[in-house]
Design a protein around this ligand. Structure first.
Ligand SMILES: Nc1ncnc2c1ncn2[C@@H]1O[C@H](COP(=O)(O)OP(=O)(O)OP(=O)(O)O)[C@@H](O)[C@H]1O
Length: 296
């Protein structure tokens, strides 16, 4: 029965490098959690600690209320960043072997291998060695390896990197299906459009510190609004210093204003019209990419 993944106050240093500093978050059953941050922010370190391949200096990882142990970790489907397949082993043998390692019988392992290779579009490659496959197909095998034992929790380190658009769709569908079955899913990614599309909640980490946590809408609400104004010439810098305007990005004949919630937009419209004809005046929601840039 899947339980929430609870990550509590993790700290980890590599020598003088503080890789994680009091990182706390949880992923509920059925939730897809996107873990985002720049290179070296601490995502892989967090995931490795969840898997037990690395020990935290302090803090702990729990499944529900109980500290995660060896049996709990066996129920995780993990895709490590450095990938972990045997290059010279055949795809089918490898998946069946990994399933057996997780306690499946020989016939269950064969069935799971059949099912996941079909689902992931690599059934035709069962007899090929992993290193004869393209990188994208190796990644599909890696996902199959994370799924063959029917895990209760998915922890995937950059599962989308290097995939073609069709493979991205397959991967997205599998993650969504797994979450719909009640499994907590956490994945890291630099493809923020995908994270925004797929995830129920996101965590933004920078320098080992969790900078923001919540739904993308929560992050937007925290960040204020954007107002796009097209028409007035940018060189007049017409929006500088208006009440409630915290930042302005001037482009050719348009400007994007960052405004506080509750700002009087009519006063802004009046200022815009004084600077030239206004062709568009609309609030827009910042994308996760824009929010991310501001947070880190
Ligand atoms: N084995 C190690 N020895 C020393 N420092 C390490 C080691 N592994 C990670 N680090 C450092 O810890 C910090 C966090 O690294 P981590 O790999 O967790 O980041 P990440 O968010 O996964 O980055 P990326 O997006 O590049 O994969 C970085 O400063 C990194 O250089």
């Amino acid at each position: 029965m899947p339980q929430a993944l609870n990550i509590n106050h993790l700290a980890k240093s590599y020598g003088s490098v503080r890789a994680l500093d009091d990182v706390t978050f949880s992923v509920a059953p059925g939730e897809i959690f996107g873990f985002v941050g720049s290179n070296g922010a601490g995502k892989s370190t967090t995931m490795r600690i969840v898997l037990g391949v690395l020990a935290a200096d302090s803090g702990d990882v729990r499944l529900g209320d109980a500290p995660i142990d060896f049996d709990g970790r066996k129920r995780i489907g993990y895709m490590p960043e450095e990938r972990g397949l045997y290059p010279k082993m055949k795809v089918g043998d490898q998946l069946a072997y990994l399933a057996r390692l997780h306690g499946l019988s020989k016939s269950e392992a064969a069935d799971a291998t059949e099912k996941w290779t079909r689902r992931l579009g690599i059934h035709g490659r069962l007899g090929d060695q992993v290193n004869d496959l393209s990188l994208g197909n190796q990644q599909r095998v890696q996902l199959a390896a994370a799924l063959v034992h029917d895990p209760d929790l998915l922890v995937l380190d950059e599962p989308f990197s290097g995939l073609d658009p069709v493979a991205v769709d397959v991967m997205s569908e599998v993650l969504t299906d797994k979450a719909a079955q009640g499994i907590p899913v956490i994945f890291s990614s630099h493809q923020l459009d995908l994270v925004e599309r797929l995830c129920d909640r996101v965590g933004v980490i920078s320098g080992g510190v969790m900078k923001a946590l919540g739904t993308v809408d929560d992050l937007r609400a925290r960040d204020g609004l954007r107002l796009e104004v097209r028409g007035p010439r940018s060189e007049t810098r017409w929006a500088d210093g208006l009440p409630g305007v915290t930042d302005v990005e001037y482009r050719d004949a348009s400007a994007v204003l960052h405004i506080d919630h509750g700002t009087d937009d009519q006063q802004i419209l009046t200022a815009a019209m004084a600077a030239g004809p206004v062709h568009r005046f609309a609030t827009t929601a910042p994308s996760l990419t824009e929010l991310f840039r501001e947070l880190v």
